[in-house]
Design a protein around this ligand. Structure first.
Ligand SMILES: Nc1ncnc2c1ncn2[C@@H]1O[C@H](COP(=O)(O)OP(=O)(O)OP(=O)(O)O)[C@@H](O)[C@H]1O
Length: 616
């Protein structure tokens, strides 16, 4: 999930087994898991007792045969058997109650811990990890561990108690027949151990490694499938075949190979395990025939035989439970490690105690700022310095991939700089409390995300305490009146439901309404007009003028018409500022900006069927 620091790796090495770490998520409810497992063990013991009673009943009948009515103790043992059976059910119910409560708490705490931690990681982390991926980890892993703790753990403990009881019973009744019944169980255990990777020559043969690889392959396949579905229109338009999505095909093949490889590994042990556990009779019957000759008291020998016949039927379900519990335990370990992948992501460091913008002003200063994305080889921003005095507008322009968005994202601390400082109101943003920084900056992204809620809630997201009148005023200022007028329930229409969809330009106006409602003194605009068609653009420009009035503004724009009025324009190339000045100065200087401006003018005056000159 994420690169871990050496400290994290070290602390991980020292950490207890993942299953114990899983129990730690339960907090005080951990004890309920222990109690539930203990009760499940007791239930296994109680479940054997009716069989022992049956042995006593059979002994009584064999001793008095054929005068059955003289078996006076049979009724007592029958009732005792019923009593044990009922007690077993009650104890098992109590065991499952305990483990279920603990399991749901554990799953819930896992979700809460991961979600809480995600609120503290750098915002740029979300560029690298898709929401789908994070949701799968948080929800999938928590759900996976819930079923393990609620069912598989207690069943496993219960199933482990049964062989112990078996060994004890073996010595109480007839050790030779008991031993015969234990042979298939021992073979079955050996097969399960082999399937779990025991006895494998390399560490990759462990079941946990398989589960981990399996989950990764599944995630890769899911991600590739999502991309495939999203890209379907492109496939159709360009009349490509499914083969054009090689990544999807590769992901499916990888998944197939891995699952097939493990199936091959399990093929023989699983067959032997199933045959062994279902062949107790096949061992018991011949063994009993051999032993019968040497038996002194045949009646009592026959009673023991009947007892083992009944008892051995329990072993099949016992071994099945152990098998599934072992699988589930490996899944739970993998789930814990995935959740920890999120929890070990370094947090965005909190500001120091001295924080706060002492001056209260809202100028922005970059001092020798350099930044490299985690995992990238080259810096995205190199030694960038500039200052935007309070109330002024600075525009970043330049070729795609030059570093404009990265520079803008450093102001609200989506990432922390590697070198230099970003100052807001004279204070390093790392020293400004997060809430204060977020209150000071409005960020309008290129891609606006609207939630599947009413339009009013979407706008109010910027300031939940805003009144309806304030939202309406912000929407009006952002030129959203026509959008609201055409929606069936106006501001109360749920976006994304029942065919209510907004165009890219309309979404951007809603985003501007949000920013206007927030009324932060600093505004960062990253391609806020990117999706504007000519009709929308005029409206967006008006909304922008309303939003940025009197604010400190850092704006990124590809349409140079938007930046002409900026107090200062910086051309960003290869992560550095190559030119800066006002529009007039830069056009005069005959540098990169001048070329960009000329190209831009040609592009806006170009018409199909004629050149720029024709159009002019
Ligand atoms: N999350 C990321 N991880 C790694 N590298 C990134 C990430 N985001 C951007 N980059 C890289 O950083 C460099 C600068 O990207 P940035 O998005 O800041 O450029 P830009 O000038 O805003 O481009 P555009 O105008 O196309 O939006 C590019 O080389 C890009 O590939």
């Amino acid at each position: 999930m994420t690169e871990q620091s050496p400290e994290n790796k070290k602390s991980k090495r020292k950490a207890p087994h993942p299953l114990f770490r899983l129990l730690d998520f339960a907090g005080p409810y951990k004890i309920l898991t222990v109690v539930g497992c203990a009760l499940s063990g007791l239930h296994s013991l109680l479940a054997v007792m009716p069989l022992v009673c049956v042995w006593f009943i059979m002994s009584q009948f064999v001793a008095v045969a054929p005068q059955w009515s003289e078996a006076s103790g049979a009724a007592f043992y029958a009732w005792l058997a019923v009593g044990f059976a009922v007690a077993g059910v009650v104890v098992y119910f109590a065991a499952l109650m305990c483990t279920h409560i603990a399991a749901f708490r554990t799953g819930n705490n896992m979700r809460k811990a991961a979600t809480h931690h995600l609120s503290k990681v750098p915002l740029g982390y979300y560029d690298e990890h898709s929401t789908g991926e994070l949701r799968r980890v948080i929800d999938g892993c928590a759900g996976q561990t819930e079923s393990v703790l609620a069912h598989k753990f207690p069943d496993f403990v219960g199933a482990l108690i049964t062989p112990v009881v078996f060994v004890v019973v073996m010595f109480i009744f007839d050790w030779a027949m008991g031993l015969a019944c234990l042979v298939p169980i021992a073979v079955s255990f050996a097969c399960i151990w082999r399937m779990m990777g025991g006895g494998g020559s390399d560490e990759n043969s462990s079941y946990l490694t398989f589960v981990s690889n399996y989950q990764q392959a599944l995630n890769r396949m899911n991600a590739a499938a999502t991309e495939y579905v999203r890209g379907m229109p492109v496939v159709k338009v360009f009349q490509q075949t499914v083969d054009s999505f090689n990544a999807f095909k590769e992901a499916i093949l990888q998944y197939r190979d891995m699952a097939h490889g493990y199936s091959k590994l399990c093929e023989k042990p699983q067959v032997v395990q199933i045959v062994a556990i279902n062949s107790t009779f096949a061992v018991l019957v011949p063994a009993s025939i051999l032993l019968a000759g040497a038996a002194g008291d045949f009646a009592s020998f026959f009673t023991d035989f009947l007892f083992y016949v009944v008892f051995s039927a329990v072993t099949t379900s016992m071994m099945t439970k152990i098998l599934y519990a072992s699988e589930a335990a490996a899944m739970a370990q993998d789930a814990v490690m995935r959740i920890e992948g999120i929890l070990f992501t370094p947090e965005m460091p909190c500001c120091s105690a001295k924080g706060g913008r002492a001056s209260g002003t809202c100028d922005i200063v970059f001092e020798g700022v350099s930044f490299t994305y985690p995992g990238a080889d080259a810096p995205a921003v190199k030694n960038v310095s500039f200052a935007i005095p309070e109330g002024e507008t600075m525009a970043l322009v330049g070729p795609s991939g030059g570093g404009k968005s990265t520079i803008a994202s450093l102001v609200p601390r989506f990432w922390d700089v590697d070198e230099g400082r970003v100052l807001v109101g004279g204070v390093d943003v790392r020293d400004v409390p997060r809430s204060e920084l977020m209150d000071s900056v409005s960020f309008v992204f290129q891609n606006t995300r609207l939630f599947k809620r009413s339009l009013i809630d979407n706008i109010r997201f910027a300031r939940p305490s805003a009144t309806r009148a304030e939202v309406e005023a912000a929407a009006h200022a952002a030129q959203c009146d026509d959008i609201i007028a055409k929606l069936p329930e106006g501001l109360d229409t749920v976006v994304g439901a029942k065919g209510v969809y907004l165009s890219g330009g309309e979404c951007q106006r809603i985003a501007l309404a949000r920013a206007i409602l927030k009324d932060a003194p600093i505004v960062v605009l990253d391609e806020a007009t990117a999706f504007a068609d000519p009709e929308n653009e005029a409206l967006i420009q008006r909304a922008l003028a309303r939003l940025t009035h009197g604010k400190t503004v850092l704006m990124i724009a590809h349409r140079l018409s938007t930046v002409v009025g900026a107090d200062r324009i910086c051309v960003v190339e290869n992560g550095a500022i190559s030119e800066s000045g006002s529009h007039g100065d830069l056009v005069e200087s005959k540098g990169v900006y001048r070329r960009m401006w000329e190209d831009y003018q040609k592009s806006v005056s170009w018409r199909i069927g004629g050149g720029a000159n024709d159009a002019a």
